[in-house]
Design a protein around this ligand. Structure first.
Ligand code: GLP
Length: 241
């Protein structure tokens, strides 16, 4: 794992965006694995700026998102479909038909999950997978568990995650209790994984991810098995690293 110390959140965002921009310039048909949560928003802002000021071209890019709340449609303001349009897709020249986010309203969850994995495989995996990290060490919505899930699946969110994400909803009661999340197999199929973390709340998870055992109780620890992971984080998040 390569650790890139950053002075602050703006620096994290700039570093991450520069790498993604370089990837898109070198390979216009890149497949980008994208994440939600507050951490990647600054990276998306920088990429939007590169698009407007430096003509960074997303017209051939395909994207695959990590997860979606189960039960939320694309027009729900807290859905990850909506998040991606609002924070990124609507401000660049990516074609929406080239973007993929799991269907949170599917009536056939197992078919949707199998098709999502098949779609990621058919794209040849992602060139870069952008990741945040949950305070409990989850990535995407792969929660601490007794084993590492391999495939895209429906997951029950645990209390800690529901509480952490309640800040985006009117109340904790409105946070969906389940989500469809890409599994570790598709996440690990990325050629490069860029994990971003900012602030002291992430320090315990980041410390364990880097130095702890590979243990599904700390889902991000599986990244120790990937050959090409770059952690871009500030000193608060790296306090225990
Ligand atoms: C959610 C998302 C994760 C994200 C995490 C942390 O649980 N499913 O992909 O990494 O939130 O979010 P934040 O960056 O807001 O701390």
């Amino acid at each position: 794992m390569q650790i890139r110390y950053s002075v602050d959140y703006a620096d994290i965002s700039r570093k991450a965006a520069l790498i993604i921009a370089a990837q898109v310039q070198i390979k216009p048909h890149s497949v980008l694995g994208l994440a939600t949560g507050s951490t990647p928003i600054g990276t998306y802002k920088e990429l939007i700026r590169f698009h407007h000021e430096e003509d960074l071209d997303f017209s051939k890019v395909k994207s695959v998102n990590l997860d979606e709340y189960y039960g939320l449609g694309p027009d729900h303001e807290q859905s990850y479909h909506y998040f991606m349009r609002q924070n990124f897709f609507d401000h660049i020249n990516i074609h929406l038909e080239n973007t993929h986010v799991p269907d949170g309203l599917t009536a056939d969850v197992s078919k949707t999950c199998a098709e999502y994995d098949a779609m990621v495989a058919s794209l040849g995996g992602t060139d870069i997978q952008l990741l945040g990290i949950g305070d409990n060490g989850h990535i995407a919505f792969n929660e601490p568990h007794s084993f590492f899930f391999a495939n895209t699946h429906l997951v029950d969110l645990n209390e800690e995650t529901i509480k952490a994400n309640a800040r985006f909803f009117a109340s904790e009661n409105e946070v969906p209790r389940q989500a469809i999340t890409m599994g570790m197999r598709s996440i690990l199929s990325a050629k490069l994984i860029l994990l971003l973390a900012s602030g002291p709340k992430k320090a315990a998870a980041i410390g364990q991810m880097i130095h702890g055992p590979v243990d599904p109780q700390l889902p991000a620890s599986i990244l120790q098995l990937h050959p090409n992971v770059m952690v871009i984080a500030d000193r608060e998040a790296l306090a225990l690293a």
